[in-house]
Ligand binder design. Structure first.
Ligand code: NAD
Length: 504
C-alpha cells in the first residue's frame, strides 16, 4: 500500500523539489488525513533568514526595472505551469490540509485564475493625471515597485493565498519571500518549484526573485521585524495579527492583515429555503469549517425557523465524513488534535451557556492519529460566550430573530468583520444589508453563502479581520508605492496657492 508520505514524496519529485528540503531535518510535518508524518524539514535560522532577505533585496533591484508587461509574461508562464501541475498540486493540498479532492483542485484553479488576472493587470498599473492650478504644468501619479514582499500564510489555504500575493506582487515589480504555515510547508516547496520552472522558461528573472523560508512563528517574526521587507502580507489568526501589525508599524513598514472571521448568515421570511439550505451547508461544513469565511453564526427569522431547522438538522446528521484521498466525502479531517480539543471546548462552553448541541463528536476514520469530527449544529438562546469568537472548526451557532434592525445589530456585534450573507427576496432587506446601515464586513453577499469568493473582487475584512485587501479590484495598489509628479513646462515659476516668494 502506498503511504501518504510516499505519495507526497512522489509528487514533490515530479514537481522538481530537492529532497534535501523536506528530509532529514528537525521540523516534522504531518498529514491530517491519517496523522502520519510526511516530511522532516530543516527550519531557517536567524542567519539564513537574514541572508534570504538580502538576496531578495538584490533581486528586487533588477526585477523592478523590467517593464510591467514583461513581468506579466513570467506570471503567464506560471499560470501555464500551474495548469500542468494542477492534479499533483491539488492532491498535495489534500494531503497537507485535508481538503476534499474537489476543494484541493479548486484551490489550484484559484491560483490559475489569479495568474490570468495579474497578466492583464500587468498592462494596467494606472496612475491618474490631474488638472493643476498652475498654468503650463502637468500633475500625475506614477506607481512604482515597492520592494521585498514578505508573505506569511495560514495552513487552511496553503497555496491560493500565496498566489494572490505572489502573482500581483510579481507584476507590480516586487521580490517575494514566503513563510508558509509550519503545518503546510510541502505545498510551499511545490509552488516554489513550479515557479522556478516558469522562471527558467522566462529566462530574464533574477535568481532569488522568490524564496521560501521554512519555520514556525519565530521565522515569520524575523521577517516582520526586518526593515528590508517593505510589505508584510500576513494571513492567519487575529492573535497572530495582534503581534504582527504593531511590529510592522513600529518600523513604519506596510502590512496587509488577513485575519480571523466570525461570519454570519441571516435567513429572512422571504428566503428561498432550498437555496439557503445548500448555501449554509457548504458555508458551514465545507473544508470542515476551516475557512476564514466559514459560516459560524446563523440568524433565522422566527417565521421560517421551524421550516428550516429540521432540514438543517438532517443535513448535519447525514453529511459524509471521510478520508479525502480515498472517498468523495464532503467533510475531511481537522488539521490536528489541538483543533479538535478547541472544538470540544467551544461546544462545552455553548452547552454551559444554554445551547443545544447536535453532532460535534469524534468520528474514527482510519488511524487514531487523525482527527475527524461530525460538524456541530448548536441552537443558542442568545449570542453569548463562544458564539462571539472564531473557533476554527465546523460549528454553526443558530439563533432565532424577529426584528430586522435588531438582527443587523447582532450581526455586527462581534469583533471580526470578514464575510456575511443574507438570504432574502425582499429588495428592501437586501439593499439595507448592503448599505452603510447594514453588514459591517469586507464581504457582504446576497443569496449565496459567506465562503467561496472569486479572484476578481478585493478579498478581506474589517475590524479584527485586519483591514487588508488582496487579490482583485485595486488591491494591487498595496504592493506598489505612489509618487505624485508635477512637471513645469512653462517659462515661469508660479507657486501653488498664490504664494509669493520673490528673490533678487
Ligand atoms: P496562525 O495565526 O496560527 O498562523 C498563521 C501564520 O502566521 C503561520 O505561518 C504562523 O507560523 C505565522 N505566525 C504566527 N505567529 C506569528 C508571529 N508572531 N509573527 C509572524 N508570524 C507568525 O493561523 P492558522 O491556524 O495557520 O490559520 C487559521 C487562521 O487563519 C484562522 O483564524 C483563519 O480565520 C485565518 N485565515 C484568514 C484568512 C483571511 O484571508 N482573512 C485566510 C485564511 C485563514
Amino acid at each position: 500500500m502506498t503511504t501518504i508520505a510516499a505519495r507526497a514524496t512522489d509528487i514533490l519529485a515530479r514537481l522538481g523539489v530537492d529532497p534535501a528540503r523536506h528530509t532529514g531535518g528537525s521540523m516534522a510535518s504531518f498529514s491530517p488525513v491519517t496523522g502520519e508524518q510526511v516530511a522532516a524539514l530543516t527550519p531557517d535560522s536567524a542567519a539564513t533568514t537574514d541572508a534570504a532577505i538580502a538576496r531578495a533585496g538584490a533581486a528586487f533591484l533588477d526585477w523592478r526595472l523590467l517593464p510591467g508587461p514583461r513581468r506579466g509574461e513570467l506570471v503567464r508562464l506560471l499560470g501555464e505551469e500551474l495548469r500542468g501541475a494542477k492534479p499533483d498540486l491539488g492532491t498535495l493540498v489534500s494531503i497537507e490540509a485535508g481538503k476534499s479532492t474537489s476543494e484541493g483542485l479548486g484551490e489550484v484553479q484559484e491560483m490559475i485564475d489569479i495568474c490570468d488576472f495579474a497578466v492583464g493587470l500587468s498592462r494596467q498599473l494606472y496612475g491618474l493625471t490631474m488638472t493643476t492650478e498652475r498654468p503650463g504644468h502637468r500633475m500625475m501619479e506614477t506607481w512604482h515597485p515597492l520592494g521585498v514582499v514578505g508573505i506569511i500564510s495560514a495552513f487552511n489555504f496553503p497555496v491560493a493565498v500565496w498566489s494572490w500575493n505572489a502573482a500581483i506582487a510579481l507584476v507590480c515589480g516586487n521580490a517575494l519571500l514566503w513563510k508558509p504555515s509550519e503545518k503546510t510547508p510541502l505545498t510551499a516547496l511545490a509552488c516554489q518549484a513550479v515557479l522556478a520552472r516558469a522562471m527558467a522558461r522566462f529566462g530574464e528573472a533574477p535568481a532569488h526573485l522568490s524564496q521560501v523560508l521554512i519555520g514556525r512563528a519565530d521565522v515569520g517574526a524575523a521577517l516582520v521585524a526586518h526593515r528590508g521587507v517593505a510589505l508584510i502580507s500576513a494571513t492567519g489568526s487575529t492573535r497572530m495579527g495582534r503581534q504582527v501589525g504593531p511590529a510592522v508599524a513600529a518600523r513604519f513598514g506596510r502590512s496587509i492583515l488577513e485575519l480571523g472571521g466570525n461570519n454570519a448568515g441571516i435567513v429572512c421570511p422571504s428566503a428561498d429555503l432550498d437555496m439557503a439550505l445548500r448555501a449554509i451547508a457548504f458555508g458551514a461544513m465545507g473544508t470542515a469549517g476551516q475557512r476564514c469565511t466559514t459560516m459560524r453564526r446563523l440568524f433565522v427569522h422566527e417565521s421560517v425557523h421551524d421550516a428550516l431547522l429540521p432540514r438543517l438538522r438532517r443535513a448535519y446528521a447525514s453529511v459524509s465524513i471521510g478520508n479525502p484521498l480515498e472517498t468523495q466525502a464532503l467533510v475531511g479531517p481537522l488539521i490536528d488534535g489541538a483543533a479538535f480539543a478547541a472544538m470540544q471546548a467551544a461546544l462545552e462552553a455553548a452547552r454551559a451557556a444554554g445551547g443545544t448541541v447536535q453532532g460535534g463528536e469524534r468520528v474514527m476514520v482510519g488511524s487514531d492519529a487523525a482527527y475527524y469530527a461530525r460538524p456541530a449544529l448548536v441552537e443558542m438562546p442568545a449570542q453569548v460566550g463562544p458564539v462571539l469568537e472564531e473557533t476554527f472548526a465546523p460549528i454553526l451557532y443558530v439563533m432565532k430573530y424577529s426584528d430586522f434592525e435588531d438582527v443587523l445589530q447582532k450581526h455586527n456585534e462581534v469583533g471580526a468583520g470578514l464575510s456575511s450573507s443574507i438570504f432574502t427576496t425582499d429588495l428592501r432587506e437586501m439593499e439595507i444589508f448592503l448599505s452603510a446601515a447594514g453588514s459591517d464586513c469586507g464581504i457582504a453577499n446576497v443569496n449565496i453563502g459567506t465562503s467561496g469568493s472569486e479572484v476578481g473582487g478585493a478579498f478581506g475584512g474589517e475590524k479584527e479581520t485586519g483591514g487588508g485587501r488582496e487579490s482583485g479590484s485595486d488591491a494591487w495598489k498595496a504592493y506598489m508605492r505612489r509618487a505624485t509628479n508635477t512637471i513645469n513646462y512653462s517659462g515661469a515659476l508660479p507657486l501653488a496657492q498664490g504664494v509669493v516668494f520673490d528673490i533678487e
